[in-house]
Ligand binder design. Structure first.
Ligand code: SF4
Length: 358
């Protein structure tokens, strides 16, 4: 697999401090890590201070490589981000801001075991499936070659797609907002949690078999109840949206969530936040919000926003078009979504809007 970014690794979590010992860094370093790696980030900060660096630790939730703002990066010589592969377009923007990005992705604590692949293959065979799209999250993407070989041994042909190079640096890597490595086959996904399998199912409409190295194999039917629940809420919110009523547009300050294509298509003034919360929505005093940051926030955090109609751009497009089905919103946005959004505010001309890819 070819790497096209500043990331090396992936590393076992306990090896990260040793890797940082060997890094040549100086000046001011912004250190970021997801919650599960905050302890290691503290250790890393001590090591960097020992090297004479001035260290700033980001106390935010840090959901992905998208989650750095220009304000946080201002004045930093380096960004040291633990746990995720880089998003290439975020790296590019950081370099433009004069910040050198270093991403240290980490492996999941448990690896895929052979029996898990055999069980997944059994589920697929019993459903008559012979070919799948194989993908994984950052913690497991390094296992895909081995899993693909094991699946082939079991008679299942596995395709590992390249995906959108601006957004995903590794073949087979999925983000919650980008499933571009998937085509239109049933999916085998290696990951923990339900966030990414749900995204893969909504994106493709195909059955999703999950190999979770900590919990075992989860068959497609187990996901369907969550899919039904999520779709019921989303389709109801889409129907509730009224373009004739007041609506506020809220963008994200995070570099990897700044969706200039959709913001431009929507036109007009917008608010900006790092995290969308109930307090933010209360302060806007508006019942409807188009959230143009992480597109999964309105979907996966819907329970927090029950009082409001909070939609992502693809959902707004669906409301405007009276669409019957559901389209998962992804970054970059689909061209059809951008076209529909332009109608909302009689906004910019078609030629002004950059095209989407997924
Ligand atoms: S925008 Fe959302 S889904 Fe995409 S990488 Fe960031 S946190 Fe994950």
């Amino acid at each position: 697999m070819r790497r096209c970014t500043s990331a090396d690794g992936p590393y076992d979590e306990e090896d990260v401090p040793r890797v940082v010992e060997d890094l040549e860094v100086s000046g001011r370093v912004l250190v970021q890590a997801p919650d599960g790696l905050k302890g290691i980030a503290r250790e890393v900060a001590d090591i960097l201070e020992g090297k004479g660096c001035e260290v700033v630790l980001d106390a935010g939730r840090v959901f992905g490589a998208c989650d750095v703002t220009p304000g946080m990066a201002a004045g930093a010589d380096y960004l040291l981000h633990l746990g995720h592969y880089p998003i290439p377009e975020v790296e590019e923007e950081l370099r433009r801001l004069g910040v050198r990005p270093i991403f240290l992705p980490t492996r999941g604590r448990k690896a895929v075991e052979e029996w898990m692949v055999e069980e997944a293959a059994e589920i697929l065979r019993s459903a008559g499936v012979e070919e799948v799209d194989l993908c994984a999250t950052a913690q497991h993407v390094h296992e895909l070659d081995r899993v693909a070989r094991l699946l082939e041994r079991e008679g299942i042909r596995a395709h590992v797609g390249r995906g959108d190079p601006g957004r995903v640096p590794e073949p087979g890597l999925v983000l919650g907002c980008n499933f571009s490595c998937l085509e239109n086959r049933p999916v085998v996904i290696v990951c923990s949690g339900r966030f990414h399998p749900l995204g893969a199912r909504l994106r493709t409409g195909q059955p999703v078999v999950q190999i979770d190295p900590t919990r075992g194999v989860i068959d497609p039917e187990s996901l369907e109840e969550s899919v039904r629940r999520v779709l019921a809420v989303r389709l109801s919110k889409i129907r509730e949206f009224d373009p004739e009523e007041d609506v506020e547009v809220v963008g994200s300050t995070c570099i990897g969530q700044r969706r200039e294509d959709v913001l431009k298509a929507l036109g007009g003034a917008r608010w900006e936040v790092r995290y969308l919360t109930e307090d933010v929505l209360r302060s806007l005093r508006c019942d409807q919000c188009i959230y143009c940051g992480c597109p999964r926030v309105p979907v996966d955090e819907a329970a927090r926003f029950k009082r409001w109609v909070v939609l992502n751009p693809a959902e707004v497009a669906a409301a405007l078009q009276g669409a019957q089905g559901y389209r998962l919103d992804e970054i970059p946005a689909d061209r059809g979504v951008l076209r529909a959004l332009r109608g909302l505010r009689n906004g910019s001309a078609a030629d002004d809007v950059p095209g989407g890819g997924s």
